[in-house]
Design a protein around this ligand. Structure first.
Ligand code: FAD
Length: 340
């Protein structure tokens, strides 16, 4: 529906802003139902997809999975769980889902009559007072339509926070307070990173179910899709060798960890650092980034899908990393309760 060259990122007090962008397109705004439909059309001849059918219970029976749905019972040698952020099947498989601070309720308004937005840029709004535990966003669809959303920790109401952002945020409200809400969508953003174990005897986890989203942004379409490709290859190997044992599926975890493991670790670390800081500290960090070429650093090394490189580079950049460390130490003493 649209594409972006970069982002404009605001700290809680909005006294400065970071522009990070490249000439080339960096991200695409997609219509998720259409995207899913296109994928479905591409595989419809080869895959038997059942709509409006929910898995209710799973059992192991005579070396097979017995899968009970609201309509029927199926038997299968393999179970690939892609249930999203519900974690019902994950629990039934005996695995531990993410903790409640890493599963964030989210809301998004589709808005029209939005003012003063640049179609080529997503706008991001940080601040505990605006979106505790995450951030708010305006993702333009065109010059006067946008998707506007945020996620929050589970003890808060995302709707109340989004209404507050629309009406009272010093920057966002100027663009949104006259806009009309055309559609509302709710969901869950997963910021946990992959679960401790994502495979087992005769099963694999993919997508949000496996925690395959970026802990910094909750984005799981690209990285989740790439990891699902690995899952597909391992399952195919299992089918060829008629081996669906835990030992065979260990290869799935080995391969995704080898390719993306460090990225997940670094993104999780960055998330922990940022969301422990108070709004005042984030304001100071933004000023520091602005005055010490932080925008150039992010522009040069930032990659929306693989953020490891940027995080390594920032650590090697003492003007920023030592200051961030100082703010972090300060916050540990000032806000010990935030040490989750
Ligand atoms: C508001 C919001 C904005 C987001 N923005 C972005 C973004 O900009 N970029 C990005 O990359 N990611 C974004 N994400 C995250 C992204 O949506 C997910 O990472 C992605 O959809 C995960 O895909 P999935 O297939 O694992 O899960 P889902 O897309 O949740 O699909 C899981 C499916 O399983 C079905 N299901 C669940 N339980 C059962 C059952 N028992 N039986 C049968 N079916 C079942 C569900 O109905 C659903 O259709 C956003 C999320 C939210 C909430």
């Amino acid at each position: 529906e649209n594409r972006f060259r970069g982002a404009i990122i605001y700290p809680p007090n909005c006294e400065t802003k970071l522009y990070v962008w490249r000439k080339e397109w960096q991200a695409y705004l997609i219509n998720r139902p259409t995207f899913d439909k296109i994928i479905y059309q591409n595989i419809a001849d080869e895959v038997n997809i059942r709509f409006k059918e929910s898995v209710i219970e799973i059992f192991r029976e005579k070396g097979l999975w017995k899968i009970k749905t609201n309509r029927d019972i199926y038997y299968s040698k393999i179970l690939v769980d892609d249930e999203g952020a519900r974690y019902n099947i994950v629990r039934k498989l005996g695995l531990k889902p993410p903790g409640y601070r890493n599963i964030l309720p989210a809301i998004q308004f589709e808005m029209s009559n939005v003012r003063d937005i640049d179609e080529d840029f997503v706008e991001i709004f940080f601040g505990e007072k605006w979106a505790p535990g995450f951030f708010g966003w305006i993702a333009p669809k065109d010059e006067n339509k946008a998707r506007v959303g945020l996620a929050v920790y589970r003890n808060f109401s995302p709707r109340k926070f989004l209404e507050k952002m629309v009406k009272h945020h010093p920057i966002a409200s100027k663009k949104l307070s006259h806009a009309k809400i055309d559609k509302i969508l709710g969901g869950i953003v997963v910021v946990n990173g992959p679960l401790k174990k994502t495979y087992g005897n005769h099963f694999l986890l993919i997508g949000d179910a496996g925690g395959f989203t970026k802990p910094t942004t909750g984005g799981g379409v690209v990285i989740g899709g790439k990891i699902s490709e690995i899952a597909g290859e391992v399952v195919l190997k299992g089918v060829k060798e008629n081996d669906f044992s835990e030992k065979m599926f260990r290869e799935f975890e080995y391969r995704w960890r080898k390719r993306y493991g460090k990225n997940f670790i670094m993104m999780k670390l960055l998330r922990k650092i940022i969301y422990r800081l108070s709004d005042k500290s984030i304001d100071k960090l933004f000023l520091k980034l602005k005055e010490s070429e932080g925008e150039e650093l992010i522009t040069k090394y930032g990659d929306i899908d693989e953020q490891k490189k940027l995080i390594y580079r920032s650590i090697l950049y003492p003007k920023i990393s030592i200051y961030a460390l100082y703010l972090e130490m300060k916050s540990i003493f000032e806000r010990p309760s935030k040490m989750f």
